[in-house]
Design a protein around this ligand. Structure first.
Ligand code: ADP
Ligand code: ASP
Ligand code: MG
Length: 463
């Protein structure tokens, strides 16, 4: 079971989480709990690391105090038993002292490497997991907490977006977890963080706690329940479309497409381990635990139903355009462009190329834009392989998903007519040959309106 940042934001919410876990652990089910950092803490750690790099001592000491007080207040609300509470408090204080030392080290060195940044970011989950564990001990469970590295998740050293080495991980996780579950221990594992083979802390990328949960599910052949603040995956983000409906079943492919394009802020790779091991994943709402939520399985029964199932919005993206008449009829130009990006570990969300071959457009995460543009300029512009690289960062991607779109003519025409009727200009379009997804780029300010127009056109609230 995985609980996200919003589900563990306060002491009261953590007690609710503990009650939910208790319901299943009490029936004799082996339960491994994965927790995120308290809501907003990872963002604050990023800011603190940046301020430390700039040598801002005042910020760091204020931050230390703030983070400690917030977590102590949450423990106060989450754990009643005095002895357990005192133990958790002591652990939190020692952990925050360690965080302060790390930040002070960054101040002295004046440098923030991706390795030290991951170390700083690991503190969010290292501070939340002991509180959840304390709340379970409060309910008389034999609960223990472990970091992702301690539980056996091993990754490469691609700091900030590390990749699990699944074979080794599966072996180590089973070896560590099985005996504990047999003894009746309820394990609480920090989401998002793992370690290299040398034991250096890594992170799995933003939203990575979902990924931790499926990695553990795959290693233990256990169903994964991702508890969150909505009842399941929905036809759209309910914060944008108030009439959005929950989807009771989706295939892995459909749900992955949704994750890549913004749904539930889920880690894009989170479904991979479950897909490989054919482990079912459920997305469920903590406020309505009787509701079984969205079941994600290999083949969705609901496939024959509606052609379009959901429309999502991916923000924080940017559009890059590579152009030049020299590209026309020059075989291998696209390969060179993607080679450069691949070497820079820049993931591409969407690609389109005009038939004239005079330009290639693609979409990347906005935080990687500068790196993408400068790498392309250095590698290709200088050699005259392309004429220009331009970028736009005030854009977003609207993506529609549904396995039933395959072989259903007219979906694209309805889609773009609905968007055009709202006077919204479409900057770029891509459809995978799987026909599972059509995505298009619009100005950021038009994104939500485009999503609502599509939701209405395909009557997603009625399906
Ligand atoms: P957690 O803290 O549990 O990881 P997230 O904030 O990462 O939760 O994701 C939950 C949020 O995702 C919801 O509150 C909702 O606003 C948003 N969301 C976006 N698109 C969708 C969608 N298609 N279905 C469900 N939720 C969505
Ligand atoms: N705490 C991490 C983040 O904010 C991981 C997660 O919440 O899933 O990205
Ligand atoms: Mg999340």
């Amino acid at each position: 079971m995985k609980f996200g940042g919003t589900s563990v934001a306060t002491g009261e919410k953590i007690r609710h989480v503990a009650d939910l876990v208790a319901k299943y652990a009490g029936q004799g089910c082996g339960v491994v709990v994965v927790v995120s950092a308290l809501d907003g803490v990872t963002d604050k750690l990023i800011e603190a690391a940046e301020q430390a790099k700039k040598g801002n001592r005042g910020y760091v000491s204020g931050f230390k105090q703030e983070i400690l007080e917030r977590h102590l207040a949450v423990v106060g609300g989450a754990v009643e038993n005095k002895r357990v509470r005192a133990e958790v408090e002591q652990f939190l204080k020692a952990t925050v002292d360690e965080l302060e030392k790390v930040l002070t080290g960054i101040i002295y060195v004046g440098e923030l490497t991706s390795k030290s940044r991951d170390y700083v970011l690991s503190f969010g989950e290292r501070l939340s997991a002991p509180i959840v564990c304390g709340a379970l001990r409060d309910l008389k469970f034999d609960a223990q907490f472990l970091t992702g590295g301690e539980v056996g998740i091993v990754t490469d050293s691609n700091f900030g977006e590390a990749n699990p080495l699944m074979n080794l991980t599966k072996h180590q996780v089973k070896e560590k977890v099985d005996p504990l579950l047999e003894k009746g221990v309820v394990l609480v594992v920090t989401g998002y963080i793992a370690a290299t083979q040398d034991g250096v802390t890594t992170t799995l990328g933003r939203g990575g706690s979902d990924y931790t949960a499926t990695i553990l599910g795959a290693a233990l052949s256990a169903e994964v329940w991702v508890w969150t603040d909505v009842d399941g995956l929905m036809t759209s983000d309910p914060k944008i479309v108030t009439s959005a409906k929950m989807l009771s079943e989706l295939s892995f492919q459909e749900a992955s497409e949704m994750a890549i394009f913004g749904a539930k802020a889920m880690h894009p790779k989170a479904l991979e381990p479950a897909m490989q091991e054919n482990i079912a994943v459920r997305i469920r709402g903590i406020s309505d635990p009787e509701n079984l939520g969205t079941l994600i399985v290999k083949e969705s029964k609901a496939r024959l139903g509606a052609s379009v199932k959901a429309v999502n919005l991916a923000k924080n993206v940017a559009l890059v355009n590579v152009s030049g008449a020299v590209m026309v009829g020059a075989p291998g130009t696209a390969a060179k462009v993607f080679d450069v990006l691949g070497n820079g570990k820049i993931n591409i969300l969407m690609i389109s190329q005009s038939v004239s071959e005079a330009n290639i457009s693609f979409v990347v995460q906005r935080n990687l834009l500068e790196r993408a543009v400068s790498m392309l300029e250095i590698a290709l512009l200088g050699k005259g392989l392309i004429r220009s690289v331009t970028a736009e960062d005030d854009v977003c991607v609207v993506a529609i998903v549904g396995a039933g779109m395959r072989g259903t003519p007219g979906v694209a025409s309805r889609l773009f007519t609905a968007v055009a009727k709202k006077g919204i200009n479409v900057r770029m379009i891509a459809q995978g040959s799987s026909e599972l997804n059509i995505s298009f780029v619009v100005k950021e300010t038009d994104g939500e309106e485009a999503v609502r127009a599509v939701h209405e056109e395909f009557k997603l609230d009625k399906n």
